[in-house]
Design a protein around this ligand. Structure first.
Ligand code: ADP
Ligand code: ADP
Length: 232
């Protein structure tokens, strides 16, 4: 489903060169929840952003769902990104739009009709438990509710991959638990492949099937979660 083949990413040049990723190889089969864990600055954000080409790898190949992402024209890349949802630490909602209109945004950008948008957004509101908040604005919501809106928006274009960039890092432990439960649900019910990055062991323990450890831009461990956390 997701293949990263020999990915490297360098920022800057000369004395300011940063090797954010070095020869990263990763395969995530369909339907799995894969976590990448590491310290701040290890390269987690760069890694996850290379999957949908928010960052273009300096070298190497990224393929998602059989498509070579690194070889697509800008127009084809836009289309391929509809198959890859993403959520962020700080939710990235539009403050001037209601919950409904935030979720509808990707569908509007795809040129869908109002009736298609309604048919698509309503079940998503139900899935994330926000039917009664449809007409509220982000400022009126708790952090957990904002992340639920962001999850619904990420699912609007019917992706088969969901990228989670520190999605629970701004949330308290209880809210984190409920968001992880929702992600687990989405993985089970919709069969979405999930790649998440986090600096929190508990997140990995709680929902990931498999985990990679990243350190200084290199993947240094890759194991089933049960094995990863078993004492030697
Ligand atoms: P993490 O998500 O694990 O905190 P990042 O991927 O954000 O790590 O960063 C990896 C390294 O690349 C860090 O040294 C960071 O400072 C550097 N880096 C990230 N983005 C940029 C950028 N746009 N320009 C220059 N350096 C960057
Ligand atoms: P996150 O909340 O996802 O960990 P970061 O603080 O790692 O966010 O990075 C936020 C943004 O700043 C990203 O777009 C990243 O590429 C960029 N960035 C991170 N480190 C640097 C850096 N040393 N120089 C320039 N840009 C950076």
């Amino acid at each position: 489903m997701i293949y990263l083949e020999n990915i490297s990413k360098t920022y800057g040049a000369g004395a300011n060169t940063v090797h954010a990723l070095q020869n990263v190889n990763l395969h995530i089969p369909q339907g799995r929840i894969h976590g990448v864990i590491g310290l701040s600055g290890a390269g987690k954000s760069t890694l996850i952003r290379c999957v949908n080409l928010l960052e273009r790898p300096s070298t190497g190949k990224v393929s998602v769902d059989g498509q070579d992402m690194t070889a697509l024209s800008p127009q084809a890349l836009n289309k391929a990104r509809h198959r890859i949802g993403m959520i962020f630490q700080h939710f990235n909602l539009l403050t001037t739009r209601t919950v409904f209109d935030n979720i509808a945004l990707p569908l509007e950008l795809m040129g869908e009709t109002r009736s298609t948008i309604r048919q698509r957004v309503e079940p998503l509101l139900e899935l994330v438990g926000l039917v009664d908040k449809a007409n509220q604005y982000p400022a009126q919501l708790s952090g957990g509710q904002k992340q639920r809106v962001a999850i619904a928006r990420a699912l609007a274009s019917k992706p088969n991959v969901l990228l989670c960039d520190e999605a629970t890092s701004a949330l308290d432990p209880q809210t984190t638990g409920s968001i992880l439960e929702l992600l687990r649900d989405i993985n089970k019910k919709l069969g979405l492949t999930i790649l998440l990055i986090t600096h929190e062991m508990d997140v990995v323990k709680s929902i990931c099937h498999r985990v990679s450890l990243i350190s200084d831009g290199e993947l240094v461990e890759d194991a089933e979660v049960g094995d990863f956390f078993t004492a030697p």
